[in-house]
Design a protein around this ligand. Structure first.
Ligand code: MN
Length: 389
């Protein structure tokens, strides 16, 4: 079986629709640039029917990165699918991602539809989407809580209608690794090589990454995830954690992604600079303390050999080697360099602003920490930004 795992990034869609994470079109475009550098396979840029901003974001990303596989979300409704197709008009590899809930809970309380009606609506939406693009993904919303026999029936029907990717989300973050692996394994077996099975996990029980890993072992080959794990409620599967597990423990998980790991930390920093919060300090891979060693015994070990207490070389995920020392003698070039490592591409006047602040502060200090420099860069961007739209 093919061991390439496709990374479907939904930072700009599921991530963006959570509190404190909304992004305007220029911000989404800036983040999209970083996601392209990071090497995500599919970039979900928005839900075009949901708002004019979402429509414009999908359109803008499609124009700016025409060779990238850009996805747009749509309910299984004609207007949604047409709006998604319209927003993707300039993409050379457009993907329409259409979804409909399949669990009895959602059918009964939310949709008030029978299983037969849902199956029919799903197949019709996929057929319609296929009139615009060959690349159609169907998501069975609340898939992890759907009756497995019906889930298999829907999966087969949407593939017969033309879907090439079937996503089985754990929409409410309820599943567990062994249970989810069973569900995914059943769908993988039923679909064979007619479609790629995808997973989309939420972290309500802190299991989004573990569930995604279990699903990969069960045959899923696309994982939907976000930078810093942002997303609805407790968030989605964290892109950096999933990618680094596959890389670091390739002995246990012999799978490959196309992610350039050295862009993980810069991508995390850039996202934090755009939305209203960063990852918690102890967040794996990208948190401020992820590579900090405080205890004396640990520091002693680290000085003798890094591998005593370090399983990942910080440089391999783009964490700058020196976490300190940017002083008044460092100069504009060193500052620009450090800012770029931290994920900031500043305009000349923004750089001037940060340089001025750094020089003023450095007079009274030994040097500035990366966090302080990043904070100044965010301040510069806010100060110079055109009026919010
Ligand atoms: Mn979701």
């Amino acid at each position: 079986m093919n061991n390439r795992v496709y990374i479907f990034d939904t930072t700009l869609r599921d991530g963006e629709q959570s509190p404190g994470c909304s992004m305007n079109v220029p911000e989404k475009l800036r983040m999209a640039g970083k996601l392209v550098e990071l090497g995500v396979d599919i970039l979900e840029a928005g839900f075009p029917i949901a708002s004019q901003g979402d429509f414009e974001a999908v359109d803008a990303v499609s124009r700016e990165y025409p060779w990238v596989q850009v996805a747009a979300l749509a309910r299984c409704v004609r207007l949604d699918v047409e709006r998604a197709a319209e927003a993707l008009k300039h993409a050379k590899r457009p993907r329409i991602h259409t979804f409909l809930a399949t669990s009895d809970i959602h059918l009964k309380y939310k949709l008030k539809k029978s299983r037969a009606e849902v199956l029919e609506a799903a197949a019709r939406a996929v057929e319609l989407a296929r009139t615009f693009t060959d690349d159609v993904e169907f998501s069975a919303e609340d898939g992890a809580r759907t009756d497995p026999d019906y889930l298999v029936e829907v999966s087969k029907a949407v593939v017969a209608a033309g879907a090439r990717t079937v996503n089985i989300p754990d929409t409410v973050g309820y599943s567990t690794p062994s249970e989810y692996a069973d569900i995914i394994g059943r769908v993988v077996k039923a679909l064979g090589d007619t479609a790629i099975v995808s997973v989309h996990c939420h972290d309500d029980l802190g299991l989004a990454v573990a569930n995604s890993l279990a699903a990969i072992e069960a045959g899923a080959r696309q994982v939907e995830c976000t930078v810093n794990g942002i997303g609805e409620r407790a968030g989605n599967c964290s892109l950096e954690e999933l990618v680094m597990i596959l890389k670091t423990r390739n002995d246990r998980y012999p799978y490959q992604t196309g992610i350039h790991a050295e862009q993980l930390f810069p991508a995390s920093q850039m996202l934090s600079s755009i939305i209203s919060f960063g990852p918690q300090p102890n967040k794996a891979i990208v948190g401020r303390n992820a590579f900090a060693h405080e205890a004396g015994i640990h520091q002693d070990g680290m000085l003798k050999d890094r591998t005593t207490y370090e399983i990942i070389d910080p440089k391999s995920v783009g964490v700058p080697e020196s976490r300190l020392v940017l002083g008044k003698h460092s100069g504009r070039h060193a500052l620009k360099d450090r800012l770029e490592t931290l994920g900031f591409a500043l305009a000349p006047e923004e750089l001037d602003f940060v340089y001025g602040e750094v020089t003023a502060l450095a007079d009274n200090k030994k040097g500035l920490m990366d966090e302080e420099i990043a904070a100044l860069a965010r301040k510069a961007q806010q100060a110079m930004a055109p009026a919010a739209q």
